[in-house]
Design a binder for this molecule. Structure first.
Ligand SMILES: Nc1ncnc2c1ncn2[C@@H]1O[C@H](COP(=O)(O)OP(=O)(O)O)[C@@H](O)[C@H]1O
Ligand SMILES: [Mg+2]
Length: 235
């Protein structure tokens, strides 16, 4: 028997007003997996995460999480079921300190990480606990945006381009964090354009183009198919 899917998306269509962004997208993520959505700018990756999170209401198709239909649920209900979203724009509050930002998202389920555990995973953040969000570097903001969803008890993390615009040394640290989260049993759906980064982390990859999944590769299939992957991501 194959592993049960924690997240199952089937035939997802989504619209922005009259304009259609997703054209029948289907994929699944098993509990404990790190899965990427790869694809060029405008392919529909962020839209997919926003649709899963309930932030985009103009959609049809099936979205199931932990065996429940969340396709028409509002974001707060989806968050309560255990899905957490770290958006591309990071959305750290500049007027709050690091610690206040960390404490902001409500705890929704037992089993979330404690502040001490978060400090161990993000030593730089812990050193800056009392600094205001406005003073953080891009990398620190990204760390904080991930860190604050780990307290909530969410089991599934939707991460939108966490490495975007960051220096290689920070990208490496984010890789360490995602690996540690997988070891702790989190399930991660990772949107990336940085395939070099994603390929070292993920169990499986889906390629998104024009609002559809056009290919799927397991981690083991990556090394034999680099040209194929390059062709999907090339602009
Ligand atoms: N707020 C919006 N209003 C209208 N169209 C949008 C909006 N956001 C995204 N789109 C369009 O939807 C498509 C998918 O975008 P997006 O999901 O952001 O792609 P990706 O994250 O893969 O770069 C693109 O054609 C984009 O122009
Ligand atoms: Mg995007």
């Amino acid at each position: 028997m194959s592993a049960p899917h924690l997240l199952r998306v089937a035939d997802l269509h989504a619209w922005y007003g009259e304009s259609k962004a997703l054209h029948g997208l289907s994929f699944n993520v098993a509990a404990g997996e790190v899965v990427t959505l790869l694809g060029r700018n405008g392919a529909g990756k962020t839209t997919t995460l926003r649709a899963i999170m309930g932030l985009l209401r103009a959609k049809t198709g099936e979205i199931r999480f932990a065996d429940q239909d969340i396709g028409q649920s509002p974001p707060e209900i989806i968050a309560r079921r255990g899905v957490a979203y770290c958006p591309e724009e990071r959305a750290v509050f500049a007027s709050l300190t690091v610690e206040e930002n960390l404490l902001l998202p409500p705890v929704i389920a037992p089993g979330g990480m404690t502040l001490d555990e978060i400090s161990t995973l993000f030593p730089n953040l812990s050193a800056r606990r009392a600094s205001s969000g406005a003073k953080l570097s891009g990398g620190e903001q990204q760390m904080l945006a991930i860190a604050r969803i780990l307290r909530t008890g969410a089991k599934m993390l939707l991460l939108d381009e966490p490495t975007e615009g960051l220096a290689p040394v920070i990208v490496k640290q984010i890789g360490v964090v995602i690996r540690a989260l997988k070891e702790r049993g989190f399930t991660v759906l990772l949107v990336e354009q940085n395939f070099r980064f994603a390929s070292r982390l993920a169990d499986r990859h889906y390629v998104v183009e024009h609002g559809r999944i056009i290919d799927e590769l397991s981690a083991a299939e990556v090394s034999g198919n680099l040209d194929r992957i390059q062709s999907y991501l090339k602009v």
